[in-house]
Design a protein around this ligand. Structure first.
Ligand code: NAP
Length: 262
């Protein structure tokens, strides 16, 4: 995995005074997003299962002058999600509140309906759909009460255009798209924004975790040229968060230029 991003500190940046929770921050898109938001001045609460990785990230942000808190937990377990939010609410450096939640923790699964490992379907659904739904619900309830806030859900291009190579994973991301738009319609009248970010192919640990290899992935994407780095997605998230409160970018899709499909 190539991930050379370092935190770029912006004094009094556009997210100064805001607290952002980022799940799946031990790697890839989540890690890059946490660094980007901290660089824009946000206090960041980072979560994932690998505490050692979170600690390294927190050290990097704090030593660059930012504010960060690590809360380890499983994003598929409602009690862990509730604990994450409780820690954010109790964090003095974060102002004992949160303004932004990036619902990013997730994983893929190689193969379509016929040849993916059905023994992993439940775990995939529990994390990508039910875990995301629980976090969006709790954050949505809180933000409606505050009449402000921004929830960013990470979907996928395969959550809009299904692929025969990832039918079950794609179905979980179709569900994330539906949850994000359903929530947006529930909360928009209360000053709360919801954005769906749909990445194309990004080089992260995602491919190895999903079980992609040269045969089921490498050969198909070779024609697409340079794939995205996680920073490209973090940049999109930074941009939509920086819009004024009355502007809600409800969805963006970011693909490698050469990705013709899906
Ligand atoms: N890479 C792509 O091509 C691509 C394309 C479209 C969408 N996406 C989506 O982007 C999001 C981030 O993926 P990525 O590419 O950055 O992959 P990644 O590098 O594998 O990162 C996944 C993150 O999710 C965390 N995670 C996984 N299972 C978890 C669990 N049960 N509980 C808590 N945290 C968990 C991982 O941390 P721990 O292992 O430490 O828990 C890690 O921090 C995912 O939702 C993915 O579906 C990725």
């Amino acid at each position: 995995m190539k991930d050379p991003q370092q935190m770029k500190k912006t004094d009094q940046g556009p997210l100064w005074g805001k607290t952002a929770i980022v799940t799946g921050a031990s790697s890839g898109i989540g890690r890059s997003t946490a660094l980007a938001l901290a660089g824009d001045g946000a206090a960041v609460v980072v979560s994932a299962r690998r505490k050692d990785r979170l600690n390294v990230l927190v050290d990097a942000i704090v030593s660059a002058g930012g504010k960060a808190l690590a809360v380890a937990g499983d994003a598929a377990v409602p009690a862990d999600i509730d604990r994450l939010l409780q820690h954010a609410m109790a964090w003095k450096d974060g102002g004992e509140k949160y303004d932004i939640v990036v619902v990013n923790a997730g994983r893929g699964l190689a193969g379509g309906l016929l040849n993916s490992d059905a023994g992993q379907w439940q775990a995939l659904y529990d994390l990508n759909v039910l875990g995301a739904a629980h976090l969006m619900r709790r954050a949505g309830e809180y933000m409606v009460g505050r009449k402000a806030g921004h929830i960013v859900a990470i979907g996928s291009v395969v959550g809009r255009h299904i692929s025969p190579f990832g039918g079950v994973y794609g179905a979980t991301k179709f569900a994330v798209s539906a949850l994000a738009e359903g929530l947006r319609r529930e909360v928009c009248g209360h000053g709360v924004r919801v954005s769906l970010v749909m990445p194309g192919i990004v080089s992260t640990e995602f491919q190895a975790v999903a079980g992609y290899n040269q045969e089921n992935f490498g050969k198909n994407v070779a024609q697409f040229g340079t794939l995205l780095e996680p920073e490209s997605i973090a940049e999109g998230i930074r941009w939509l968060l920086a819009q004024p409160p009355h502007v809600n970018v409800s969805e963006i899709m970011i693909r490698p230029t050469g990705q013709s499909y899906p």
